[in-house]
Design a protein around this ligand. Sequence first.
Ligand code: ADP
Ligand code: MN
Ligand code: MN
Ligand code: MN
Length: 341
Amino acid sequence: MTKSKLEYIWLDGYKPTQSLRSKTKIVKDFSGKLEDCPIWSFDGSSTQQAEGSSSDCVLQPVAIFTDPARKNGYLVMTEVLNADHTPHVTNGRATIDDDDSDFWFGFEQEYFFWDLSTNKPLGFPESGYPAPQGPYYCGVGAGKVYGRQIMDEHLDLCLDAGLNVEGINGEVAAGQWEFQIFAKGARSAGDQIWVARFLAERNAEQYGVAINWHPKPVLGDWNGSGMHCNFSNSLLREAGSEEVFKVVCDAIGKQIEAHISVYGADNHMRLTGLHETQSIDQFSYGVSDRGASIRIPNVVVDNGWSGYLEDRRPASNGDPYKIAAVLIKTVKAVDVSAASV
Ligand code: ADP
Ligand code: MN
Ligand code: MN
Ligand code: MN
């Protein structure tokens, strides 16, 4: 008999930003399959998801990955349901109402390693600041790179778990990093981002280092953290038309509030118009424009106006389920006949 460790992961009910929670279930002779992961429950009164008098919330398994850090371990992503098995109000995954795999997502998750002894980014001195921004982005060498070993361990964990990480890079601020995850389908993209976030947090625990997901953890001339959302559907991938890209961008630009409201808390601190961002209350798009809300990648033009778009507005602390859901909703509603194709 083998006893497997199934780590059930879910999002709590804290506002305005939900955090990860998890607990371990021991299962005998486990098949490794999602359908054999039992439904479980937890005390919602401890996670701001229920009142104490009726505290049980349900954990519905939705995706399973190997847990490379644990013997006989699995990572089970779950969504939170009410006792009657309807989606809990905190369940962002349930807001994806049109999850055909025609929509592809590439999220670029930026974050800071956070030194709990200084309450500053890893690499920041106890008082004052390190050298100004410049050498850190894709930097190499001591004094320019902080936390490479922790980042590398995280990368290996993600790959060994079976997450579709496409790359990592050191970011513009000291102690700031990025990883990218690509998936077909909004649910899969969201599941993988959340499990990658989980692995980042759990791995860094060993070093007394936290992951700071806030979009502007250091004020002043230091970049904030975003989670650019690259997306496409067959309309964009097969467009062959500048007009189609314009119509889609214009439609997104008419829904500023619907999008920004799910793009992460405190995003106004990051979307200032500086540091490669557009202001939160403005909307613009342009080819290769990193100061725009939406960047049309150069490769789209190179490919005769077919490909994908990059919404640069989502913050590092945004919920990828909700971000993907609103993009699908807006793009699906686009009337392509308005484009003279
Ligand atoms: P940059 O830093 O230049 O903005 P990255 O290389 O960090 O770009 O991220 C680009 C992301 O775009 C990758 O995650 C990639 O998977 C994603 N991507 C590429 N093509 C598509 C596509 N057709 N649909 C959705 N995402 C895509
Ligand atoms: Mn990137
Ligand atoms: Mn980046
Ligand atoms: Mn980007």
